[in-house]
Design a protein around this ligand. Structure first.
Ligand SMILES: [Zn+2]
Length: 122
């Protein structure tokens, strides 16, 4: 069956997709190295790290997730001091996400400490 002109036109549009913005890996690596060297010196929360390396807290959490997986190759380990409920003392130990939880599951309190990250040699 011969193609109608409209079909050819849509084929053409597919080829002109906008490219994703280019983020060089080198820069990401530099940020990670900075975070690692900061955390070796002192334990910090994601908010503190965000201020120190001038990236968003969300970006800090993404980097920390990557760092957590990759530092063991360098003989280092990422230590996470979990969030804690300021009211009843509930500790968010089993939380897999690095982000601070919004509410205590025990008492529904919203005053929760920030998780603190540090890096130590194994
Ligand atoms: Zn609580």
């Amino acid at each position: 069956m011969p193609l109608r002109p409209a079909d050819r036109l849509s084929d053409c549009k597919v080829k002109n997709k906008p490219k994703k913005p280019f983020v060089p890996d080198e820069r990401l690596e530099t940020v990670r190295k900075n975070i690692i060297s900061i955390l070796i010196e002192q334990p910090l929360s994601a908010k503190d790290i965000s201020g120190a390396v001038r990236i968003s807290e969300k970006a800090v959490n993404d980097h920390l997730q990557h760092i957590q997986k990759s530092v063991s190759r360098k003989g280092l380990t990422l230590i996470i001091t979990p969030s804690e409920c300021k009211k009843c003392g509930f500790v968010f130990e089993k939380r897999e996400k690095l982000k601070k939880p919004s509410k205590c599951p025990e008492c529904r309190n919203e005053a929760i400490t920030e998780p603190v990250f540090s890096i130590k040699t194994i």
